[in-house]
Ligand binder design. Structure first.
Ligand code: GLN
Length: 447
């Protein structure tokens, strides 16, 4: 597959014939179920779009039954920016319903296969975007990351996935899951393409009040030769599988060979991250998803009266995982439990942020696993708690609002991709991409 950088050099005619070929290739690989549908708009470079980002006049459903029939009335800011840069949305990709999950199994449209092994999950929630790029069915894709949903599927499918600093990319037009954690980001074949796509979609947006008033760009200044101080986490890695530990060793060696200084640091126990995350995320989700009432958007099941219409619509429209989270979120926000759960989670979130600030007062980057293992088989994480626990390496980054990038390091013994992530201090995307480019150059392309 050509890279984004190469595709941006193609003429209109070359792009048109490329897109025709791509469309037939996607149809020939339809059993992968990476795309929900292919629906080209415009004559730019085709980019796959997660089904929770609004593209004007497209169906956009967050892979939920409740949003069947909803047509986006406007473009998300990232889509406007893509158009301005000569990129065109090309197909909606599959995902976990409302981005809640780590495997893409909770989608209304059925599961997506991992391109490296059809019996394995592609990761989630941006599993369709990751599988499309990993299978050579997309030049690049957009995903969203609330607690790892760009970086973890990127790692399982052998591609690069980047979550920007909170506030770098406008959330206007993104279907909200947990508004204080969500960020849209690039999913690409290599680090340079991720920097290019990040530059295109990032920047201040007056339509998003949490958008940072910063417009600095990274891709023209990429420098793989900068020497950085990088923290490694010997204790944190203990919970990972052997394949991830081996990849970690390999990455440390590569970073040393590239001339970076390696120091050892520690993060607090990930059990705090999991609790703080699942309380915060479900509380915000319960609030955000209250708007799906059968009146304003998408699907409606007519009931005996208005209240019954709400009940029938929501009971039929939401899947099990989404219902579980709405219940959990309303519970932790209820007056009797608010102090005990929600307030405590916010205090813990503050501590998580402080521990990172302390580490970043001494180092430029942190090297961390992104998932405890390679892609599990379908059904392997059938207990919701096991699924939540598998987020232990990804979610503190969102709680602290930091930028991070996941990139392929090697293949496991059973030939599955293993990725790791680099984490940088807030608004330090340049350092993040420089370090990632250096690691990628030292290791070489894995896929
Ligand atoms: N797996 C996490 C969750 O289910 C993260 C999902 C995401 O980043 N959207 O909440």
């Amino acid at each position: 597959m050509i890279t984004l950088k190469e595709a941006l050099q193609l003429s209109k005619d070359e792009l048109q014939s490329f897109k025709d070929d791509l469309k037939s290739k996607i149809e020939a690989n339809s059993e992968l179920n990476a795309y929900i549908d292919v629906n080209n708009v415009g004559d730019g470079v085709p980019i796959a779009i997660k089904d929770n980002i609004q593209v004007k006049d497209w169906s956009v459903t967050s892979a939920s039954n409740i949003l069947q029939g909803y047509i986006a009335p406007y473009n998300a800011t990232v889509i406007e920016k893509m158009h301005q840069a000569g990129l065109s949305p090309f197909g909606r990709t599959n995902m976990d319903e409302f981005a809640m999950g780590s495997t893409t199994e909770s989608s209304f449209y059925g599961k997506t296969q991992n391109p490296h092994n059809k019996d394995c999950v592609p990761g989630g929630s941006s599993g369709g975007s990751a599988a499309a790029v990993g299978a050579g069915l997309a030049i690049a894709a957009l995903g969203s990351d609330t607690g790892g949903s760009i970086r973890q599927p990127a790692s399982f499918c052998g591609i690069v996935g980047m979550k920007p600093t909170y506030g770098r990319v406008s959330r206007y037009g993104l279907g909200a899951y947990a508004s204080s954690l969500d960020q849209i980001g690039p999913m690409t074949q290599n680090v340079e393409d991720a920097a290019i796509l990040y530059d295109i979609i990032s920047g201040h947006d007056e339509k998003d009040s949490t958008s940072a008033d910063m417009n600095d760009k990274v891709s023209d200044k990429l420098d793989a030769n900068r020497k950085l101080k990088i923290a490694v986490l010997p204790k944190h890695i203990e919970n990972a599988s052997q394949a991830v530990k081996d990849a970690y060793e390999k990455a440390i060696q590569a970073l040393k060979n590239a001339g970076h200084e390696i120091v050892e640091k520690e993060l607090m126990d990930a059990k705090f991250d999991i609790s703080a995350y699942y309380i915060t995320a479900t509380a915000e989700a319960a609030t955000n998803l209250a708007r799906y009432d059968g009146i304003r958007y998408g699907n409606r099941v007519e009931g005996k009266n208005l209240e019954d219409t709400f009940i029938q619509t929501r009971s039929n429209g939401f899947g099990d995982e989404v219902k579980r989270r709405i219940m959990l979120g309303n519970f932790v926000l209820s007056s009797g439990y608010y102090e005990a759960y929600y307030v405590k989670a916010q205090k813990t979130r503050h501590m998580i942020k402080e521990q990172y600030e302390k580490i970043f007062s001494d180092v430029d980057l942190i090297l961390s696993p992104i998932a405890p293992s390679t892609a599990p088989k379908f059904g392997e994480l059938e207990n919701p708690m096991d699924m939540y626990l598998s987020d232990l390496y990804s979610i503190s980054v969102n709680l602290a609002g930091l930028p991070a990038i996941s990139l392929p390091i090697c293949k496991s013994e059973d030939n599955m991709p293993v990725g790791l992530q680099l984490i940088a201090n807030a608004y330090n995307e340049q350092t993040l991409f420089d370090g990632a480019l250096s690691l990628e150059s030292e290791i070489g392309y894995v896929n």
